[in-house]
Design a protein around this ligand. Structure first.
Ligand code: ATP
Ligand code: LTN
Length: 333
């Protein structure tokens, strides 16, 4: 008999266009594991409304994100790709898990603290309880691994806690998942702000998947290196964070080690190094952008992918939800 594959699941909010941080920290690793795992990837649209969105833009970005997932190598035949709001079980389990997540736990979430500082006029309840919805996203599919960037580790750890709490009360309902953080690319910093993670909120330091080559080249040319004017490609995260970040990017896209990179650019300054990193990123993104552009034009294909994806995801999710409803004591409809 064929052995049951392990399960992998992740999501990204379509709250902005995908960028190099999302690609290296998350999607690149998803595509690499499709043969080994039964994979579920979704557009986390429910999460995006914790911050105000322009409705037409949100629709456009959700569809574009699907095209980009596929263009990054997520074959819809081998991965279940869907839109979170198309599978109502997420919102349904989200409510239940809110009742098994503690106020104190939610208060300690770094993303909540950051986002509420950034959006002081809209610190809504959803922003606060968001990790319970994320726990539902995950636990519905009983994944073994959740591939995310470093910044999401805290949420996956909270998910484990909530799952264990629920299992202790009701028996083994949920699989307790492990976060899966990539070795290279787990945290890419902004090109103009090497102290902060690359984020769409600082677009000049953020390289988007759909950026044209000339735009990417310009962003790398303007990347901040260091202030000591040493002009030497050497990995020293504490003293040369900008250079270390560029080396991390170059390592992640070429597969080279830091030592190999230091050797490659020995005796050459940042004037040679920065465009070389830009070029490597341009060549990595070129086929992805072209394929995504082709797919975006084929709306009916994308619709068929997300419909099939939602149907398949719903079958799995509804099974878990039914079990949870029964365990907590809801009368069968
Ligand atoms: P924002 O730009 O508002 O901070 P975001 O671009 O981080 O948002 P998310 O939906 O929070 O978007 O992230 C999607 C995935 O990409 C997550 O797994 C996250 O860990 C990863 N990720 C995001 N930014 C980076 C980064 N700079 N480096 C590595 N991984 C990242
Ligand atoms: N919270 C994540 C997006 C996200 C997610 C998930 C990731 C929502 N649900 C489930 C992994 C698994 C973020 O903001 N990057």
């Amino acid at each position: 008999m064929e052995e049951k594959k392990k399960v992998m699941l992740s999501g990204i909010q379509p709250s902005g266009d995908l960028h190099l941080g999302n690609y290296l920290g998350a999607i690149k690793n998803w595509a690499a594991r499709a043969e080994e795992f039964d994979c579920y990837y979704f557009m986390a649209d429910l999460h995006t409304i914790t911050v105000r969105q322009e409705p037409a833009e949100l629709r456009r970005r959700t569809l574009q994100q699907l095209a980009q997932y596929i263009a990054c190598g997520l074959d819809p035949e081998k991965n279940t790709l869907f839109v979170q709001s198309h599978v109502p079980a997420h919102a349904q389990l989200g409510w239940v898990l809110e009742c098994y997540t503690m106020f104190g736990e939610l208060s300690r979430m770094t993303q909540f603290k950051d986002k509420s500082a950034k959006h002081q006029d809209n610190i809504n309840a959803g922003l606060f309880t968001y990790p319970s919805l994320m726990a539902a996203d995950i636990l519905l599919y009983k994944p073994d691994l959740v591939p995310v960037g470093e910044d999401q580790k805290q949420h996956v750890e909270l998910t484990r806690k909530v799952a264990e709490r629920f299992n202790n009360l009701y028996g083994e309902v949920f699989t307790v998942p492990e976060p899966y953080i990539p070795k290279a690319g787990a945290r890419i910093y902004g090109l103009t702000t090497p102290g902060d993670k690359m984020s769409k909120s600082v677009p000049e330091g953020c390289v988007f998947l759909m950026d044209k080559p000339e735009v990417i080249a310009k962003k790398f040319k303007r990347a901040v290196t260091d202030s000591d004017r040493e002009n030497c490609v050497r990995y020293d995260k504490a003293n040369k964070p900008g250079v270390a970040n560029l080396m991390d990017i170059y390592a992640a896209v070429t597969g080279k080690t830091h030592e190999e990179i230091e050797k490659e650019f020995e005796g050459q300054g940042y004037g040679v190094f920065k465009p070389a990193v830009g070029e490597a990123v341009i060549e990595t993104f070129r086929p992805i952008r072209e394929e995504a552009e082709r797919l975006i034009a084929d709306k009916s294909y994308l619709e068929s992918v997300y419909r099939d994806g939602a149907a398949k995801a719903s079958r799995v999710a509804n099974k878990t939800l039914a079990k949870v409803y029964k365990k907590v004591g809801f009368l069968q409809p």
